[in-house]
Design a protein around this ligand. Structure first.
Ligand code: GTP
Length: 234
């Protein structure tokens, strides 16, 4: 089957890398997530990744720290995750590059759009670390920014839920999942697909978002094939 997309931006939450441990990195889990990514690359799809950092750091939400400093710590957490994901991909034989929005040249390349695109064209997976490099922006915003910059066809948002619901499915048994949504509906119904900044960025740049569960990692490959999973926002 032919992949539906040529270039995708995969957003991985930090929690997804922790597996059963719920925090830190569970390397077997990371390897399982990287298997479908390898399948995508083998099928000729260009894959860029933005990772969150919530498996290491959620200091922002405590309200007990200076917001900027807490966000800097979160950015470092995403850099750790980016290195972990790259290591797993390399173990599976996938060529990778890490690029960080905050310069840490001894560890990774700095983010340079042109180089990122060249890497993708050469079949390398590029993992973007440190979010946007700015406090007050989420890694969802980083995903939408990088997706716009590299002209990705879609953002694949792999999360802990299997799509977007009309209310919280963890609290309400009768929550209904949407198959498709417009950005207008997301705003109107105040659905939590991404934060407002990220959603606006996607809407203004015509970047669709597919929200799906990472509990079945092969969903990543199914998403790239255009199979009917999760919730598509466009
Ligand atoms: P092309 O040769 O252009 O296809 O890409 P390349 O990434 O292989 O070339 P380059 O010579 O830029 O990089 C060679 C290796 O050095 C790669 O593993 C890069 O990730 C790494 N590298 C390049 N720039 C930096 C940097 O600023 N910091 C770090 N830590 N590594 C870098």
């Amino acid at each position: 089957m032919e992949p539906k997309y040529k270039r995708v931006l995969l957003k991985l939450s930090g929690e997804s890398l922790a597996g059963e441990k719920k925090s830190g990195i569970d390397f077997d889990t990371v390897l399982k997530i990287c298997e479908p990514i390898k399948k995508c690359v083998d099928a000729g799809v260009e894959v860029a990744i933005v990772v969150g950092g919530g498996n290491f750091w959620r200091g922002r939400s405590s309200g007990k720290m200076d917001r900027t400093r807490a966000d800097h710590m979160g950015m470092l957490a995403t850099a750790i995750n980016a290195l972990g994901v790259c290591d797993a991909l390399e173990q599976l034989g996938v060529d990778t590059r890490v690029q960080t929005a905050i310069s840490m040249r001894e560890i990774a390349e700095p983010y340079i759009r042109g180089k990122a695109i060249r890497h993708l064209e050469k079949g390398r997976v590029v993992v973007f670390g440190c979010g946007t490099g700015n406090p007050f922006f989420s890694t969802d915003s980083a995903a939408s920014l990088r997706a716009a910059e590299i002209e990705a066809d879609i953002i694949l948002k792999a999360t802990m839920v299997d799509g977007v619901y009309d209310c919280d499915p963890k609290i309400n048994d009768d929550a209904v999942k949407y198959d498709t949504l417009s950005f207008g509906e997301v705003v109107e119904k105040q659905l939590k697909v991404m934060d407002g900044t990220a959603a606006t960025m996607c809407r203004e740049n015509d970047i669709p978002i597919l929200v799906f569960s990472i509990e079945r990692p092969m969903n990543i490959y199914d998403a790239v094939l255009g199979e009917n999973i999760g919730t598509l926002v466009n």
